[in-house]
Design a protein. Sequence first.
Lengths: 249, 310
Amino acid sequence: MKVLVAVKRVIDYNVKARVKPDNTGVDLTNVKMAMNPFCEIAVEEAVRLKEKGVASEIVVVSIGPKVAQEQIRTSLALGADRGILIETDEEVQSLDAAKLLKAVFEKEQPNLVILGKQSIDSDNNQTGQMLAALTGMPQGTFASEVAVEGDKVNVTREIDGGLVTVALNTPAVITTDLRLNEPRYASLPNIMKAKKKPLELTSPADLGVELKPSLTTLKVEEPATRQAGIKVADVAELVDKLKNEAKVI
Amino acid sequence: MSILVIADHENGSLKAATLNVVSAAKAIGGDVEVLVVGENCGSAAEAAAKIEGVSKVLVADNAAYGHQLAENLALLVADLGKGYSHILASAGTTGKDFLPRVAALLDVAQISDIISVESADSFKRPIYAGNAIATVQSSDSIKVMTVRSTAFDAAAAEGGSAAVESIDNVQDAGISAFVSAEIAKSDRPELTSASIVVSGGRGMQNGENFKMLEAIADKLGAGVGASRAAVDAGFVPNDMQVGQTGKIVAPNLYIAVGISGAIQHLAGMSGSKVIVAINKDEDAPIFQVADYGLVADLFEAVPELEKALG
Ligand SMILES: Cc1cc2nc3c(=O)[nH]c(=O)nc-3n(C[C@H](O)[C@H](O)[C@H](O)COP(=O)(O)OP(=O)(O)OC[C@H]3O[C@@H](n4cnc5c(N)ncnc54)[C@H](O)[C@@H]3O)c2cc1C
Ligand SMILES: Nc1ncnc2c1ncn2[C@@H]1O[C@H](COP(=O)(O)O)[C@@H](O)[C@H]1O
């Protein structure tokens, strides 16, 4: 089967985002960027499906500026076969991202589409579900286990109360949660090999999708900062403070 | 302006988060209607009818909605939702699953995880693991959003007397099926609504040691949470993870034990009223947000704390 994986370029998860002084957004100049961690898990899952002989081809797609090719190359080094960059410098909101991915889905006709559950910049947690709705596909969100069985895929999902397993017809959308797998690192030979793998450039216009953002960010602020409190000397002082000062127990 | 709130419920009982979502809806202003969708969910509908400020309750009770499959829920909510100005659900895993699907079917954006209502079309929401707060304005005719329940006070559970109307609208996409569930059973309060939460991290070393935290939780009537590292290591199940990509909690008291305080963890608990950290590393970042920090070996401090709580 063919697997399509969507990967997003975002701020590195180790970097603390800083709000711009003019409150128009987060300052990303000279900030380390990387593949969204949930997308790394998505690529890893596709590669494992290929290693098991379940997947025959892995296509990776990203939407973003030209530099997002880096994240596609990383995916190719990890084992994906081919990349597509939908190049745009515009802000792409989730619904538009889903429409762009739908256009790629229709062209490529994959049996599975794997996305991260959440981008760590927008914290939206929507794109996979929207893609599934637009294409009429079922969805296995927040996946911690994926088992392809014939033309169905069983997905175990991390939910608030525990775990639930659903059986989905294919083609299906899967969004990854943290426990699905532990992504590998790309080896140097594979990084070299990835440079020769095909990477197609396209654009929203080429795909016939007009970006129509309906959300405007009016302002971005620092959250209320917490002041560090005091250090207590021992458990007795802690209990006394909680009882008599904070009055929470 | 009518607002549709999709109720959170489980086995016929209404979940507390619904009360917070109703408050968010009231803050927008307008009639607030609640949709209860599920199988054998009549008692949840009755409970919803009693919430103060709710003008009508719709119930869609059918086997097709039994396991809250997103494919089926979304078809129903998108169909009913056309007549409303806003559609709200709590930002739990059910809302996060089906609501973006509703938005896409209606060809509108979803605003995820709102923490405040600025006006009928502008809302605040955290981004970048809570390191920034965005005010977002929507130009869509129907505003679809998930609500961070800890950011809104609960509406009164009693006092209303809304009419309950049965909806005969069965949507079965027929593309997904429930297989099985492993639902954690616990007598402790739910993490997201508990007034005290005790969480353990990698420093706990194994699952067995979480019993020490449970003993404290029992004495305080607290919920028990964990860091990602503790879940990944298999000490405790996934539903206990607190953080950017786990549960968001905001209790009166949060006690972090053997947790370093990574930004992804802070994103899930820094809204707590009082934070206590117990960690043997005096430079652990958790101390930068803790009201009361105790630098100590948890294997000594935690049993001592349990004893001190009487
Ligand atoms: C995409 C992404 C999403 C994430 N989402 C989340 C999330 O939702 N929630 C979350 O928690 N994390 C999340 N993380 C992980 C996060 O970055 C940290 O790795 C994690 O929170 C660390 O957990 P910890 O504090 O338990 O472990 P560590 O960082 O290893 O800290 C253990 C602490 O225990 C202390 N300790 C050890 N032994 C003792 C002892 N005997 N007595 C006292 N103290 C002791 C140590 O001093 C140390 O500070 C996410 C990461 C990524 C990349
Ligand atoms: N610009 C993008 N390019 C590629 N994939 C994306 C993009 N935006 C979102 N996605 C995918 O959708 C997932 C969830 O993103 P979000 O809905 O923004 O939280 C990500 O982990 C990606 O797999």
